[in-house]
Design a protein around this ligand. Sequence first.
Ligand SMILES: Cc1cc2nc3c(=O)[nH]c(=O)nc-3n(C[C@H](O)[C@H](O)[C@H](O)COP(=O)(O)OP(=O)(O)OC[C@H]3O[C@@H](n4cnc5c(N)ncnc54)[C@H](O)[C@@H]3O)c2cc1C
Length: 285
Amino acid sequence: MKAPDFAYERADTLGHALARLAELKDRARILAGGQSLVPTLNLRLQSPEVILDIGRISELRGIRVEGSAIRIGALTRHADLLTSDLLALSCPLLPMAAHHIAHPAIRNRGTIGGSIALGDPAAELPACIVALDAKIVAMSTAGERRIAARSFYTGVYSNVLAPTELIVAVEIPFLKSGERDGFLELSRREGDYAMIGVAARGALADGKFSSLSLAYFSAGDRPLLAPAATRALTGKALDAATLDTAVGALAGELPEHKDLQADPAVRRHLAGVLLRRLVTQMMAA
Ligand SMILES: Cc1cc2nc3c(=O)[nH]c(=O)nc-3n(C[C@H](O)[C@H](O)[C@H](O)COP(=O)(O)OP(=O)(O)OC[C@H]3O[C@@H](n4cnc5c(N)ncnc54)[C@H](O)[C@@H]3O)c2cc1C
């Protein structure tokens, strides 16, 4: 199919983009990497009046240290996450996750801001920012606000952004001394969306987690924290009994989530398999 008719506008500056969003509100859709927007247009799942291309706003791209966080511009591409020395050292979770996003052609165009805004429940990066307790920086002509990733998503493909707001960056906490990141997913073929996946950051000392954050994706209508499994693993010797208890706790807290990828029983089983592997991965890191 072909996309419905729309007007195309390119914003060359952030101010220009925000001014047009303020005027157009939900009559506009932002075009970043286009890897999700363009297919949905071609399938006629949406028909905006105006496509506002922000792809050339250079100030929205790049990864840098800002204060106590790593600031990643919204137009930073998935491929940039894979090659950043700063992330490799200070937030290995993002390169670990980006490696699993689709294929190189899509990673060369798709952006972190687009992935976060879209909020596909099976996407890797939304789960990472929830696990990391990151902040999303959103701007409109009214100013800037920081939104906790953990309260950003409201359901499938939905979030708290106003139609006049643009994600300009995401702020990620540094890996602290003693902390490790972990990431695993299961998909039918390499590059496919995950049947189930988990992103994690935790501090390990003397073979025990002193802190842990687990965010599952492709497990519900949005990235899901797993507080019961986290409690079962924290402060305990990571032996077979602890792992069994944690897997049981996880099975009790994951929702019934059914889609074309897997039914709830398969998903729950695979989530437990991933949890056991994740602990091994993080202990070995
Ligand atoms: C074949 C295929 C396989 C894929 N596999 C995966 C996968 O395994 N895992 C995965 O995570 N993704 C996958 N994707 C999606 C890909 O990662 C997209 O790049 C990403 O989801 C959206 O990023 P984008 O920059 O392309 O956004 P766009 O497609 O340009 O935009 C997506 C949506 O976000 C909005 N938006 C974009 N930028 C902003 C912003 N700065 N502020 C506010 N709103 C904004 C747009 O208006 C639009 O509604 C796949 C895509 C394809 C085509």
